[in-house]
Design a protein around this ligand. Structure first.
Ligand code: UFG
Length: 325
């Protein structure tokens, strides 16, 4: 049985679907503070809070857990700057509760959701695993702290982990069963789609004076189904007795905010309003992953790197979501 902590959220729910498709048995642990019960369409569900260690002990008592995938975290960079306590408490302290209960139960395999935000402002792109990790906000700091804690726990207790550092996770399940639904939403693609649906008056471009090809920020958009494959490959590595490791996950190519908007206009067929505004604090001009290591060691092969495919999958889901609002 595989435990998916935060499996009712955006990325966790996609990995849950893929694991079930490949024959794994899963149980989801989620507080539903950010996750959605309707996204748990596969496996068992257990509502609980990582802040309450007895909740975690409860699920380990009920199920024969072999390995853990940990997605539960707050993810808003701006909020982490305004309220760091919220991030260190949930993303670090509560995560330690999970590790504690894993060790109590002798469960020593975990896949941890990390982020490109652990690198801070890039010193070079594409960013490989050797790039210095110097986060510039509490969100990135908290994720890096957990990576370091995992390294210490491996040395001391033999806890084997794979930290997967996502660049810009995006897109939705190609069957349209699950997708991205954050509240509040802060990510570029869902906000653009809201503008296309008329749920927002416009999409704002945060900064047009960056040193990039068209002045807007460049990001490496990686489809959530491709991320799901990487998790399963990482899990297999640990199940086969593999050593702990870290991988950067992206496609190695970047798209600017303006390019994303242009493709979204084509996919949706809507000429929504675009407004250029000031830069958003803390946005590096360009974030692109070097995922050679994941390709070589995990044999990861992302398939949905075409921006049109990414946005079409998100659009299919987003339209449905809007209907049920
Ligand atoms: N952007 C806009 N307008 C918007 C929203 C975003 O122009 O309304 C721009 C941002 O300035 C940025 C790009 O679109 O340049 C992408 O922004 P997102 O908020 O979608 O994603 P980020 O790159 O800021 O964040 C992502 C993850 C974070 C993670 C970070 C790592 O969502 O969890 O990458 O750097 F921390």
């Amino acid at each position: 049985m595989i435990l998916i902590v935060g499996g009712a959220g955006y990325i966790g729910s996609h990995i849950n679907k893929e694991l079930n498709k490949q024959g794994y048995k899963t149980v989801i642990f989620d507080s539903l503070v950010k996750g959605h019960k309707e996204a748990v369409k596969w496996g068992d569900f257990f509502q609980g809070d990582l802040g309450n260690i007895e909740d975690i002990r409860g699920i380990f008592k009920k199920y024969p857990i072999e390995a853990v995938l940990h997605f539960a975290a707050f993810i808003e960079v701006g909020e982490s700057v305004k309220d760091p306590q919220k991030y260190y408490q949930n993303n670090v302290k509560n995560t330690l509760n999970l590790f504690q209960v894993m060790l109590e139960n002798d469960v020593k395999k975990i896949i941890f959701s990390s982020t490109a935000a652990t690198f801070g402002n890039p010193q070079y792109v594409p960013i490989d695993e050797k790039h210095p990790q110097m986060p510039i906000n509490p969100y990135g700091q908290a994720k890096l702290m957990v990576e370091k804690i995992l390294a210490d726990y491996d040395l001391a207790y033999g806890l084997k982990y794979v930290a997967l550092r996502y660049f810009n996770a995006c897109g939705a399940d190609l069957d349209g069963e699950i997708g991205e639904n954050h509240n509040p939403e802060s990510h570029l693609i869902p906000l653009i789609l809201d503008a296309a649906l008329g749920k927002r008056e416009d999409i704002k471009i945060f900064g047009t004076d960056y040193p990039t090809v068209d002045g807007t920020c460049i990001r490496d958009y990686v489809h959530v189904n491709d991320l799901a494959q990487a998790h399963i490959l990482a899990l297999k590595k640990l199940m086969d007795g593999g050593e702990s490791d870290c991988f950067n996950l992206g496609n190695g190519s970047g798209f600017s905010v303006k390019q994303v908007i242009e493709v979204a206009k084509k996919v949706t067929g809507v000429d929504f309003k675009v407004t250029e505004v000031e830069r958003r604090a803390g946005d590096p001009p360009e974030l692109i992953a070097d995922s050679k290591k994941a390709r070589e060691i995990l044999k990861w092969e992302p398939k949905y790197f075409d921006l049109k495919t990414i946005i079409s999958s998100a659009w299919n889901w987003h339209k449905q979501l809007n209907k049920s609002d």
